[in-house]
Design a protein around this ligand. Structure first.
Ligand SMILES: [Zn+2]
Length: 249
């Protein structure tokens, strides 16, 4: 069964931890996502993936406890857009490892960090934080990484080509997870902006402007659909479920 940590009493959390429940920690960012999506896209996606992972684990008779999301991270690429809040790598690492150690301290033996802010420097820090927390606790801490092979191609062309910021991929996920948060009239008129973000970053770009994204989106938001979003969310949940199961054996 799926449990939402923030709504539970401490004795209930204690008994769930003792009975082997899996803890899920959604991680996102507070970051500009084009003129058609809100700042909390990565949090919304991470939380929805957690709910779907929890449903899949319930079918395996595993309880899950979804912890409150971490809504801030390292978000340098969008830092010049209003509303974006970027923490340093050190602060992000300390925040995440502290949260993970806190969860593990009360007996959760399996924890998955479900991160959906894909800025390379941020994702690297998520992996580092999990490593630090692993060294200090006895918990199995999994960081499913859907950018890695063989997952990327399953998430579509735009994702593989590195243009997946507020484009077809993320906008579809949002149309499925929280359609009320998508400004549909703004989205429908956005021209496609095909940019390989990882290639630009490797070539030295330091922000979205230098990558050619002056409205903080890339890819093809106008082509997004809710059906694609549901399909992608299920793939993301399956990737995380598989990572957890693999780490548990
Ligand atoms: Zn995002």
């Amino acid at each position: 069964m799926t449990h939402v940590a923030a709504t539970l009493t401490w004795p209930r959390v204690q008994s769930l931890a003792e009975s082997g429940a899996v803890a899920l920690l959604p991680v996102g960012s507070t970051e500009a996502h084009g003129p058609h999506l809100p700042l909390n896209v990565d949090v919304v996606i991470a939380e929805e993936v957690c709910r779907r992972v929890a449903t899949r684990l319930a079918a395996r008779h595993l309880d899950t406890v979804i912890f409150p999301a971490v809504p801030y991270g390292l978000t340098d690429f969008a830092a010049s857009f209003a509303g974006t809040v970027s923490l340093s790598a050190d602060t992000t690492r300390g925040l995440l490892s502290g949260v993970l150690e806190g969860i593990a301290a009360h007996g959760f033996k399996r924890i998955a960090v479900i991160n959906h802010h894909l800025e390379p420097a941020h994702f690297a820090v998520v992996h580092e934080a999990a490593k630090l927390a692993r060294e200090k606790t006895r918990a199995v801490i999994v960081v499913p990484d859907h950018r890695k092979k063989p997952h990327g191609p399953r998430l579509g062309d735009e994702f593989t080509k590195g243009g997946s910021h507020a484009g077809f991929y993320e906008t579809s996920l949002m149309l499925a997870a929280a359609p009320q948060l998508v400004d549909d009239s703004a989205r429908r008129v956005l021209p496609e902006l095909a940019v390989d973000l990882p290639a630009k970053i490797k070539a030295g770009a330091r922000n979205f402007h230098e990558c050619g994204g002056t409205s903080a989106y890339f890819g093809a938001p106008a082509a997004a659909t809710a059906d694609d979003g549901h399909r992608l969310l299920d793939i993301l949940a399956e990737i995380s479920e598989a990572a957890l199961m693999e780490a548990s054996t």
